[in-house]
Design a protein around this ligand. Structure first.
Ligand SMILES: NC(=O)c1ccc[n+]([C@@H]2O[C@H](COP(=O)([O-])OP(=O)(O)OC[C@H]3O[C@@H](n4cnc5c(N)ncnc54)[C@H](OP(=O)(O)O)[C@@H]3O)[C@@H](O)[C@H]2O)c1
Length: 262
């Protein structure tokens, strides 16, 4: 039996598939989410097939529960999948601020805390894997998802920045980027299912995870399973870098000069 991976949001959707696939890759699992009964059922299914799985029922938007999971990570794991998350479909001002804040805690603060807890043991061993589940919405700017888009933009930039910081550490970082995927997400975010969407736009969770793991195996830091051409992401990175070369200068650009010299 291989080393231990902790998967958050393992009680449904993408996280449940990650747990299944990581078990099939020979890993032990620590399954985290709020619904203990679902976690137990998944753990029992893994154990009945000869695997090892423990459950950790926790609300990751709650600081005390999050600290409990952090503590487990400090004991050392080979891999961490920060997958738990939800969307909140609402014009920002009309929405419930507490819900926006809960979203930020779960989608951004909790992954940051868990990575911070997991890294020291990984750094000491010079090996490990951090997989953060982002969202393609970062590239699409769908209306009425401002807090969700912001949270996933954080997670994406956080992951790619860590990959640079720890390039020589032996630790792998990946942000796996789903588009619309058939899970419970849409019910939680907007109280709707996927019936109104063209089938060609909805990916099955199993296909998403299998592709994300294939991207991981290929050494990708950013994996967008639905993207037909890898070259279009490379072009996006190049365009950003071209802007990045010019974001610092001694003087502002000429178009902001209102008469005279700077
Ligand atoms: N499905 C999509 O179309 C789509 C698109 C882009 C990105 N994503 C991202 O994919 C990830 C997985 O979502 P999914 O599509 O698989 O949706 P899902 O079926 O709703 O699963 C979400 C998971 O997160 C857990 N979770 C929610 N709130 C939690 C909390 N406070 N503490 C701990 N766990 C919590 C849920 O478990 P409990 O309710 O038991 O706690 C569940 O296991 C999310 O980060 C989501 O933002 C999904």
């Amino acid at each position: 039996m291989g080393e231990t991976w902790l998967v958050t949001g393992a009680s449904s959707g993408i996280g449940a598939v990650y747990a299944n696939r990581l078990f099939r890759r020979g890993h032990k699992l620590i399954l985290v989410a709020r619904r203990a009964d679902r976690l137990r059922a998944l753990a029992d299914a893994i154990i009945s097939e000869g695997g090892e799985a423990e459950t950790l029922a926790a609300d990751l938007a709650d600081e005390a529960d999050c600290r409990m999971v952090e503590k487990r990570l400090t004991e050392g794991v080979a891999g961490l999948v920060n997958n738990a998350g939800f969307g909140y479909f609402s014009p920002f001002a009309a929405g419930d601020l507490d819900r926006h804040v809960e979203l930020l805690r779960l989608n951004a603060e909790a992954p940051m805390r868990l990575v911070h807890a997991a890294l020291p043991a990984m750094l000491a061993r010079r090996s490990g894997a951090i997989v953060n589940v982002g969202s393609g919405i970062v590239f699409r700017q769908i209306p009425s998802y401002a807090s969700y888009i912001g949270s996933k933009a954080f997670l994406t930039e956080f992951t790619t920045a860590l990959a640079i910081d720890y390039a020589d550490s032996g630790i792998r970082f990946q942000v796996a980027v789903p588009g619309v995927t058939r899970t419970e997400f849409s019910h939680v975010a907007a109280g709707t299912g996927y019936d109104g969407l063209r089938a060609a736009r909805v990916m099955e969770a199993a296909d998403f995870v299998d592709a994300a793991l294939a991207g991981f195996d290929q050494g990708e830091v950013v994996t967008v399973p639905a993207l037909p051409e890898a070259a279009s992401y490379a072009a996006y990175v190049d365009a950003r870098a071209a802007v990045g070369q010019h974001v610092t200068a001694a003087k502002p650009a000429d178009r902001y000069r209102i008469g005279g010299e700077w």
